[in-house]
Unconditional design. Sequence first.
Length: 253
Amino acid sequence: MDKSITLVGNGKMALSLAKGLNATHAIEVIGRTNEALERFEKALGKPVQKTLYADADIQGKTVILCVKPANLEDVAPRLRGEARTLYSVLAGTPLSALKKIPAHRYCRAMPNLAAEAGASMTSLVGDADISEQAMALFNTIGSTLWLGSEKELDIATALAGSGPAYLALIAEALTDGAVREGLKRSDAVELMRGLFKGFGALIQETHPAVLKDNVMSPGGTTAAGYGAMEESGVRNACMEAIRAAHEKAKALK
């Protein structure tokens, strides 16, 4: 595997990827201003090769495109040369649109912000002959799943890509609920973090329905709380979140 990676863009996702990849790869970051690139390097805590768009040359490089989807038209003409492999983390941006940037091979990837902790769930689709290479690259920041179509990737984006935001909302709401009932904020936050850490391990081995049934005893506290969540439409809200995010991903094309 090529041990150098060029990140085009210096936003939150690029930083998350850099945090996950910097232990195994030399990092180059292409951005608009020296100030932004210096902030990126400081946030990463390790030196990177900093390149302005005016000097950007991707010839023969492994490139991960991390700009906002709306900026693709502006960024593409600024990248000189032909990449060896172009990976894109742009939501809703099809492989056909990526051809604006010359490359031998193309792959769409949808990691999430857990990349910085080496725990991303990344969905991939693209040229089949680089599937193993792509999975090996993104396995350095967590787990990967190669999908059969771009339609499936858009759905995966709504689930695994956007999912951390949904779980953050639930984590915050559960914490607020405990505070409302009288628990100190610091204690509620510590309990919530322990809850998510343990749940993350359990869900790897146990189906959600079985896990729920194992916790919910007849007439107990969990059953009461679970009933309140169902009455408030939490299940439907989660399903609608996936639908809305999927529709948005399709609309970005």
